[in-house]
Design a binder for this molecule. Structure first.
Ligand code: AMP
Ligand code: MN
Ligand code: MN
Length: 315
């Protein structure tokens, strides 16, 4: 019996949901949960609610069944949330969370302060996929499910590089590899491969980046005008902040893109000692010690000044 079983007793319909602007871990953990239910619980009908995932994730079985909208008349026995640090970030399934009581949340954000009926938040875990893996029966994880879970672990660890990668993470990844997945293809297709335009925009963001605080902070931003010029959306900007952080001597990388008039989505990354989740939380966001985000208002210069001001206090 898996640890998950006890929460699924009597459940006939389950909704599974991840956060806004879903990343690899969000997609991997929602789909991993969906595939685990599909493959082992024939009596449960499950729906996954997400914003449309990038086509790069199309190798994940069942991803074409993702629901990007909630219809008014649906009802579920349980809502399973994964990789969600706060109720405001639920996105598509937000209204469900407001009206349901049987909610189970699997997460790994240090800033998670939600109060669901069942909350399993492990800030030490690499990913939500790692957290949910521990609730599953190893033998019942199919190759399809393994592909989804491996995707999430690989993405949230920066392909097993970041400090959230533990020996346990590697053991779980190894067990998922033993299910016969094509790990090289998963990593290439969903993580490293970029379209020509994505590379161009990344190049431009790097070219226009500036160093601040004696080279300890690097900042770059992309305006809506630039995004329109290249015909791209927020999903095409993934990876820019990670590349900024790779800069020698830098402790914190800040990347912003304009989402609306004087509104910016902010991504923060640190290398060693700065806790960027504290700064993100100050501005209404959250995340992890070394990877956090928030949304801020003002001109890009206001936003950068405010962030650098708070960060310099931590240095
Ligand atoms: P991002 O920079 O968007 O890739 O996010 C980095 C980390 O911070 C992820 O784990 C996100 O879940 C978290 N995060 C990003 N934006 C927010 C926000 N507005 N509120 C809470 N957590 C966030
Ligand atoms: Mn995520
Ligand atoms: Mn995650």
């Amino acid at each position: 019996m898996s640890r998950l079983d006890q929460y699924l007793k009597g459940v006939r319909k389950a909704a599974i949901a991840g956060h806004m602007h879903p990343d690899g871990d969000c997609i991997g953990s929602t789909m991993g949960m969906y595939l685990y239910l599909r493959d082992n619980y024939p009596g449960i009908e499950a729906d996954v609610y997400l914003e449309q995932p990038k086509p790069e994730f199309s190798y994940i079985s069942g991803i074409d069944r993702v629901k990007t909208e909630l219809s008014a008349d649906v009802s579920y026995d349980i809502l399973i949330l994964t990789d969600i640090s706060s109720p405001e970030r639920i996105g598509v399934a937000g209204p469900l969370a407001e009206q349901m009581e049987n909610i189970i949340c699997f997460d790994h954000h240090v800033t998670n302060d939600s109060s669901y009926k069942w909350l399993f938040n492990e800030p030490q875990a690499s990913s939500a996929c790692e957290v949910i893996w521990k609730f599953m029966d190893e033998e019942k994880i199919t190759k399809d499910c393994a592909e989804a879970l491996y995707t999430g672990i690989a993405h949230d660890t920066g392909i097993f590089q970041y400090s959230n990668t533990s020996p346990e993470t590697m053991r779980i990844a190894a067990k998922l590899m033993e299910k016969g997945i094509d790990h090289s293809k998963i990593i290439n297709d969903s993580y490293y491969q970029k379209s020509y335009v994505e590379n161009q925009v990344m190049g431009r963001a790097l070219l226009e980046s500036i160093l601040m605080l004696n080279g300890k902070i690097i900042v770059s931003y992309v305006s809506r005008k630039t995004m329109q010029f290249y015909g791209i959306g927020p999903k095409d900007l993934d990876g820019i902040v990670a590349q900024l952080r790779n800069t020698k001597g830098v402790e914190v990388a800040i990347f912003l893109y304009e989402t609306d008039t004087v509104t910016y989505k902010v991504s923060l990354r640190s290398k060693d000692f700065i806790d960027v989740s504290i700064v993100a939380a100050m501005f209404g966001g959250g995340g992890h010690k070394k990877a956090a985000g928030c949304t801020m208002h003002g001109t890009h210069l206001d936003v950068i000044n405010n962030l650098v001001g708070e960060l310099s206090r931590q240095f």
